[in-house]
Design a protein around this ligand. Sequence first.
Ligand SMILES: Nc1ncnc2c1ncn2[C@@H]1O[C@H](COP(=O)(O)OP(=O)(O)OP(=O)(O)O)[C@@H](O)[C@H]1O
Ligand SMILES: [Mg+2]
Length: 371
Amino acid sequence: MSVKIICDHVVKKYGEAVIIPDLSLEIHEGEFFTLLGPSGCGKTTLLRMIAGFNSIEGGEIRFNDTVINSLSPAKRNIGMVFQNYAIFPHMNVKKNVAFGLTNRHVPPEEIEKRVAKMLATVRIEALQDRMPERLSGGQQQRVALARAIVIEPNVLLMDEPLSNLDAKLRVEMRNAIKEIQKSVNITTVYVTHDQEEAMAVSDRIAIMKEGIIQQTGAPREIYKRPANVFVATFIGHSTVMSGVLRKTELDLGGWTVNLDNLSPGTGVSVENESETALPGETAVKVSIRPEEFYLSDDVEGLHGEIGGSVFLGFYSQNFVKLDNGSDAEFVVDHKSMEREFKPGDRVTLKADIEKINVFDETGTRNLLTAA
Ligand SMILES: Nc1ncnc2c1ncn2[C@@H]1O[C@H](COP(=O)(O)OP(=O)(O)OP(=O)(O)O)[C@@H](O)[C@H]1O
Ligand SMILES: [Mg+2]
């Protein structure tokens, strides 16, 4: 049985230090939910609270309607996978996977059946008699995953399970993890500080900073409409610049964000604002994704000088020092253009204004709402 996890005004303190001041969150049944944030923001702390290895200093954690705050870890029916595979070195693959069932005194015939099925699910049937020392990192992580899932937990918790693997294997394993999670349909909380990995595996992501959730949403939502400048720069890359939001009595349709304090004539009209500003001028922050910039031959636009380029196969990343002092990044898709940029080249950039994001001056709130 899969469950819904509710964190209701959860507080975590270590002595005087408040790590999580007040966190509320609902993780749906069967969902692949990821906690993403910089090192030290409290991801592992929260995961361990859900698992029962950390005390809770305030609020409630519930599995469906049951408060689990003081329930021992063993009674929470949780499967866990950690960064360091933590499989038993003295047991072969099959015994490792069977461990939780043997421990629960499940009848041997049933153990045999469930382990065989699980080995097939994570595709390591052929390795069942091997000892862990003769397995690759990815294979060991499959064993750890099989061992966690075979007990049919209500909740699967994973803390940076792929961070010990090399880049290629990480991509392969994250696809495998996602596929396996969908096939067993267990409510899953996944911790990572790798934003690409989070986007690849998750149904929804919560972005954390200093114990506070900044935004929760599907990967696309968060990428397209980050709630604040922190999220805009943490998920994917963004060029952040100052601008002026201008509205006159005549602007019925919406606002104009004027970047002409930066480069003459680059005003963008913004119609999907979340609120109606009073006529006048307001200072704002604007964030623009690398793929939202395009090169232009016009006189108008954001002018600058190439600082460097990174060739990444089917596209290149290009870094520009804009004349207004901002650092910008744009991508060139080599399918559409095979141009090579050299440091010192002059370029003019324009932005796809439908897609850019506009925040208040402090960068704490996105002023746009529509998708
Ligand atoms: N047992 C502890 N006693 C005191 N402080 C702790 C303890 N465990 C963690 N902390 C502090 O709590 C904060 C959050 O730590 P946590 O391990 O949850 O971060 P994290 O988001 O998982 O980071 P990382 O990505 O590096 O794993 C950190 O400031 C850490 O120093
Ligand atoms: Mg951690």
